[in-house]
Design a protein around this ligand. Structure first.
Ligand SMILES: Cc1cc2nc3c(=O)[nH]c(=O)nc-3n(C[C@H](O)[C@H](O)[C@H](O)COP(=O)(O)OP(=O)(O)OC[C@H]3O[C@@H](n4cnc5c(N)ncnc54)[C@H](O)[C@@H]3O)c2cc1C
Length: 415
């Protein structure tokens, strides 16, 4: 089973310039093509994710072999150009894919989204040499990637990054701690945001404070001085590991700097636009799974001599759940189309969609649990896992308060 790539979908007509990752990307996938894509991914999720999601959650198993199968399907570099093994698809395609993956297993789907965020950053911001060196192995998911921005003292305030990168000859020397890094310890490639622009006495050049003094680096797992914290014990997302990443004098050749010095904050934020779409799509997919289960359950479960589905209250709840998910999907597709088109307001649209879809997805999942009564609280029914997994979507890749900040500023005309 292989997912059709952009070329296979016959879009690379003779003479047509390759659509660069930094150029506007047309979403040229027809409705039939997207339906075929969704079906292929749904088959994969039904066969390789959903049946094992409960066990992986209970065992805290990160299914690396299944990720490689996803890579073989073309899911390791969804929006990456095809010359380095990418699938060359649009953001609109990608959100449809993540939704289907999350119907099977939210924690696996979101890791695939994070991996794709990093891979997309290397494709969009890397030199040709970097693209050719790093991307083929990442596209097949033989190698996995992690995004390293957050630190103990820099979460929502991402510009407060304190990890330093000091130039030493042809290398930079990186020191600091990254917190909450998805995939850490298993990933082969870490894109690390660190502070450059330091003065000789260890201070920060006044012109390079905050977001202006950040630079991105590609760090391989085997680098001397790189180590990982213990696996965090989390409420959800058990099927992917979260660990601290410790950089203790890690030497990174200047050739592995991603983008120019001082561009790291912009690179990190541009990556997050797509990342937020993936998290939003996974919220919709997870909630859709919970809703489908609930629709079946309320028709079977009878109380006071009648199936729950005959109660108007239950019908109204289902109506609201369906409406919220459709509204979230519409907002998400709008944001994905804007990101494909490189519209100037795409980051605001991504923030709006992320906030709305992750709140809506969580509410729908929680209501699905409520409609299952006590059974919803049991592992066996698979609903409580969805609630636990979706909770963190309102916090990470920019908390929903930060999303409101982005949207609010835009509403106020950029202030
Ligand atoms: C499971 C998991 C996986 C993660 N994976 C990654 C990863 O792979 N890579 C990575 O770099 N990071 C990752 N993160 C980190 C995540 O992005 C941060 O947790 C998130 O950005 C919030 O930062 P914080 O936890 O420091 O909270 P804080 O920034 O301390 O915020 C605490 C609360 O205060 C609110 N708040 C903060 N400032 C304001 C303000 N000015 N106005 C109003 N409200 C405010 C926040 O919205 C939040 O509700 C992960 C986190 C988790 C839990």
């Amino acid at each position: 089973m292989t997912m059709p790539s952009r070329t296979e979908m016959n879009r690379a007509e003779a003479g047509q310039a390759e659509v660069g990752a930094t150029e506007p990307r047309q979403d040229a996938t027809s409705a039939e093509e997207r339906a075929a894509l969704v079906e292929a991914v749904r088959d994969f999720a039904d066969a390789r994710l959903a049946p094992f999601a409960g066990r992986r959650d209970a065992d805290h198993e990160f299914p690396v072999e299944t990720l490689r199968e996803a890579g073989q399907l073309g899911l390791g570099a969804i929006c990456v150009r095809e010359d380095v093994g990418g699938s060359g698809l649009s953001r609109l395609d990608a959100v449809a894919i993540y939704e289907q993956l999350a119907r099977g297993d939210i924690a696996v789907a979101t890791y695939i989204s994070i991996h794709n965020m990093v891979v997309g950053m290397i494709d969009a911001e890397g030199t040709d040499e970097q693209r050719r060196r790093w991307l083929p192995g990442l596209a097949t998911m033989d190698e996995l990637a992690s995004y390293c921005l957050t630190e103990p003292g820099a979460g929502s305030d991402a510009a407060a990054v304190a990890t330093t990168a000091v130039r030493d000859g042809d290398d930079y020397v990186l020191s600091g701690t990254k917190q909450f890094i998805s995939g850490a310890g298993t990933s082969a490639v870490y894109v690390v945001m660190a502070r450059t622009g330091l003065t000789e006495d260890g201070g920060v050049d006044p012109d390079k404070q905050g977001s202006r003094g950040m630079t991105a680096f590609i760090v391989p797992a085997g680098a001397a001085g790189l180590s990982f914290g213990a696996e965090e014990q989390k409420m959800g997302w058990h099927a992917q590991p979260t660990r601290a990443v410790v950089l203790d004098g890690v030497r990174v050749p200047a050739a592995d700097r991603l983008g120019a010095e001082g561009e790291g904050f912009g690179i990190a934020m541009r990556g997050l636009n797509g990342g937020r779409l993936g998290i939003a799509a996974a919220s919709i997919g997870g909630a859709q799974f919970a809703l489908e289960r609930t629709v079946a359950y309320v028709q079977e479960r009878a109380t006071f001599g009648q199936p729950l589905a005959t109660r108007q209250h239950v019908q109204f709840e289902l109506a609201d759940m369906e409406t919220e998910l459709q509204a979230a999907r519409a907002l998400l597709e709008r944001a994905a189309a804007k990101l494909d088109a490189r519209a100037p307001d795409a980051p605001v649209a991504c923030a709006m969609a992320k906030r709305f879809a992750t709140d809506a997805g969580f509410r729908v999942a929680d209501q699905a649990l409520q409609l299952h009564g006590g059974y919803g609280y049991l592992h066996e029914y698979g609903i409580e896992r969805v609630v636990r997994d979706l909770r963190v979507h309102r916090i990470l890749e920019g908390s929903n308060e930060m999303m409101r900040m982005i949207v609010g500023r835009a509403v106020l005309g950029g202030r």
